[in-house]
Design a binder for this molecule. Structure first.
Ligand code: AMP
Length: 117
């Protein structure tokens, strides 16, 4: 599987070619603030490796997914989201996915509506 897709915006954020406001990074994943925040805290956690979406995950990616969630938990703590928060990942055009590199939205800091649109 490709490690990096040169045409992918988030691969270019991973490499540093496109700037981002990073709040977290380790050897497998990074977290950065969404450029168009939908809540007071809106951070995206992504694997460094190019994976198009959650549907493309394989059994061998279990540790990577666990790392994403560990990062999300840590960022939520750092952001002081004691009241709760939401983790969202869009899959495919019908969900509204616009960037085809797996990412988890971390949204918090306000009361979030349910169900989402
Ligand atoms: P999705 O619609 O689920 O694919 O989410 C993609 C997200 O990426 C959107 O919330 C965008 O606002 C966000 N986004 C797009 N370009 C950038 C960028 N250069 N830096 C940070 N976030 C971005």
């Amino acid at each position: 599987m490709d490690v990096r897709d040169p045409g992918c915006l988030f691969c270019r954020i991973v490499s540093g070619e496109v700037p981002s406001d990073r709040v977290y990074e380790d050897d497998l994943v990074i977290g950065f603030r969404d450029v168009a925040p939908r809540a007071p805290t809106h951070v995206l956690v992504i694997p460094r490796r190019h994976i198009p979406d959650a549907h493309a995950l394989a059994d061998e990616d279990a540790a990577l997914v666990a790392r994403c969630f560990a990062a999300l938990r840590r960022i939520a703590d750092d952001e002081g989201l004691e009241g709760g928060y939401r983790i969202v990942t869009n899959v495919g055009p019908d969900s509204g996915q616009t960037v085809f590199h797996l990412h988890f939205h971390l949204l918090g800091g306000r009361q979030l509506g349910w169900p989402p649109g």
